[in-house]
Design a protein. Structure first.
Length: 368
């Protein structure tokens, strides 16, 4: 059997018995769970044992007035979020201001109208319920986020452990192999090493995308020559595919304060992406430029290009992007999403332009 919605509880505090009875009957007929008390001390004790959803609090009471009771509510961690509506015969502005100064949510002037009391109680209990649900939703979201983070860590760890063993074994075999006796085998072994290294980089990308999204990846900012980083990237990737040429053009040197390892991986992602989409026999152009405030790198390919309507989501994780001339869809994976997060973590910008004839120009700019 499904339980109905929980009734809102209201703590009514008034030293006048007639008012207490009237308010209790009025609220109970509307389905509220009412707890009446006659003193501020009893109100604090009742709230500490079972916090209500709302407090209706008389101002003028002996021993401890309503202002002091409200002040103590707001000083108590378990009670501070409970809305307090003051009941007062004092209509002067300074009393109303004091009600808000001590943390009151609202006030009702005596003699009160039944409709007004019910309306204000209804509004504030509704807001309190909505706030409670919002807090619970946030807590569930944080729990899911922690679970996602733990899952990413476990997947990357489980992927990386056997992979590092495989890479070590391949490197050892490569060192022990007599290159003259088996050139074809050496080529295959080199390709296997490269493939294993690519998988390792993908594992690192998964982990770093998660960290960048959460702002938990610290940047090691040092002065770096961006042209030198581009040159190293081209030298590393050019032997992978000799059917496509890679040209480096632009400035002779270009210094920027950045995380060299992270920016190097951005360059590697963009150039690798260009190699993937450029047909054999065509070239890729990496251009560097800069001014007094920014440095800029552009990677131009001669591939099919990206359809105009797909360009806005090209940097989204696992985006299905339509290629312009082939009318086919390609998954962007995590590489371009990583590039965007890494560049923006430096306070930079990244984008995609169309090449003159066909193809794409991916660029990023970093502050100097």
């Amino acid at each position: 059997m499904t339980e109905g919605p929980t009734r809102s509880s209201v703590l009514v505090v008034d030293d006048t018995i007639e008012n207490l009875q009237l308010l209790s009957r009025m609220l109970e007929t509307q389905g509220y769970d009412v707890r009446p008390v006659t003193t501020g001390r009893h109100a604090l004790q009742a709230a500490m044992s079972d916090p209500p959803d709302l407090v209706l609090l008389d101002v003028s009471m002996p021993e401890m007035d309503g202002f002091e009771v409200c002040r103590r509510f707001k000083q108590t961690p378990t009670l501070c979020e409970i809305p307090v509506i003051f009941l007062t015969a004092l209509s002067e502005t300074d009393h109303k201001l004091k009600a808000f100064e001590v943390g009151g949510a609202d006030y009702i002037t005596k003699p009160f109208q039944v409709e007004e009391v019910l309306a204000r109680v209804h509004v504030h209990t509704g807001l309190q319920k909505a706030r409670g649900e919002l807090v619970r939703s946030y807590q569930r979201l944080k729990a899911l986020e922690r679970l996602r983070e733990d899952l990413v860590q476990m997947v990357v760890h489980d992927m990386r452990s056997p992979l590092m063993g495989l890479m070590g074994l391949l490197d050892l075999m490569k060192e022990q192999l007599d290159g003259a006796s088996s050139e074809r085998f050496l080529e295959d072994l080199t390709a296997a090493v490269h493939a294993a290294d690519s998988i390792n980089r993908m594992a690192n990308t998964v982990l770093d995308v998660s960290r960048l999204e959460e702002g938990k990846l610290p940047l090691d900012r040092q002065p770096h020559d961006l042209v030198a980083l581009c040159r190293e990237t081209v030298a590393r990737l050019a032997p992978v595919d000799r059917t496509r040429s890679i040209e480096l053009a632009g400035a002779a040197a270009l210094e920027a304060v950045c995380d060299g390892e992270l920016v190097g991986r951005v360059l590697e992602n963009l150039v690798s992406n260009a190699i993937k989409h450029t047909p054999p026999g065509s070239g890729i152009r990496v251009t560097t430029a800069g001014d007094a405030s920014h440095v800029r790198v552009a990677v131009e390919d001669h591939g099919p290009g990206v359809a105009p309507e797909a360009r806005s989501k090209i940097f989204d994780k696992f985006a299905a992007v339509e290629l312009r001339t082939q009318h086919a869809f390609h998954s962007a994976g995590l590489g371009l999403a990583f590039c965007k997060l890494a560049v923006e973590a430096h306070g930079g910008s990244i984008g995609l332009d169309c090449a003159k004839d066909h193809g794409s120009v991916f660029w990023f700019a970093l502050p100097r």
